[in-house]
Design a protein around this ligand. Structure first.
Ligand code: 5GP
Length: 207
């Protein structure tokens, strides 16, 4: 039997470092990192076709109409979607595929591909997440507070994921994700997931 690739879905709150982790995991041919389509404007330093395919709302709608997305979702008022064809072709070639997508998209993707492996990336603490988000000069004060409040709500979805990676140090987190992909790490238990959710909720209440 020919080997097909596996689908890995990486989600987590904005600022947890899932983008950096995904890029490093895929670097050097470790896996194919899906390039999403989005209607949001490019940020400084982002490259068309590498960071995202930046498209208009009309182009995005046309792609939805032709059923060209593996999954798509609205995030912060803009659309983001995973083009279906490259995901399918890389998996068929036996390559692992990594999607770095939001939680709504991840839940859709799991419905479409029940064998997908889901990985949730957590920051070490809420205070650290705030520091990281504030360090991104691209976001306004209002956007920062919105992202932080949203982060706590998102962490509540952790129990729906197979694995949890705490991104304390990038290199270590990348190694752990690689070990997840190699099947070397046990899944997060219900108790562990619940304890982590509680930790972040308590930290938010104390703020
Ligand atoms: P950003 O605008 O910061 O690049 O991304 C915002 C959010 O959109 C992140 O949570 C990111 O994971 C998510 N995202 C990026 N691409 C996709 C995609 O193709 N589908 C979905 N559902 N979410 C995406």
């Amino acid at each position: 039997m020919t080997k097909t690739g596996k689908l890995f879905i990486i989600s987590g709150p904005s600022g947890a470092g899932k983008g950096a982790i995904s890029r490093r995991v895929a670097a050097g041919g470790g896996a194919y990192l899906s390039v999403s389509m989005t209607t949001r404007a490019p940020r400084a330093g982002e490259t068309e076709g590498v960071s995202y395919f930046f498209v208009s709302h009309d182009e995005f709608r046309a792609k939805i109409a032709e059923r060209g997305f593996f999954e798509f979702a609205e995030v912060y008022g803009e659309y983001y979607g995973t083009p279906k064809a490259p995901v399918e072709s890389h998996i068929a070639k036996g390559e692992d595929v990594v999607l770095e997508i939001d939680i709504k998209g991840a839940m859709q993707a799991v419905e479409a591909a029940p064998d997908a492996v889901t990985i949730f990336v957590l920051p070490p603490s809420l205070a650290e997440l705030r520091k990281r988000i504030e360090g991104r000069a691209t976001d306004s004060k209002e956007a920062i507070e919105r992202r932080l409040a949203k982060a706590v709500g998102e962490i509540g979805f952790l129990p729906k994921y197979d694995y949890c990676i705490v991104n304390d140090r990038l290199g270590d987190a990348v190694d752990r994700v690689k070990r997840v992909m190699a099947g070397e790490i046990p899944k997060v238990t219900t108790e562990e997931a619940a304890a982590l959710v509680r930790k972040f909720e308590e930290e938010k209440e104390k703020e």
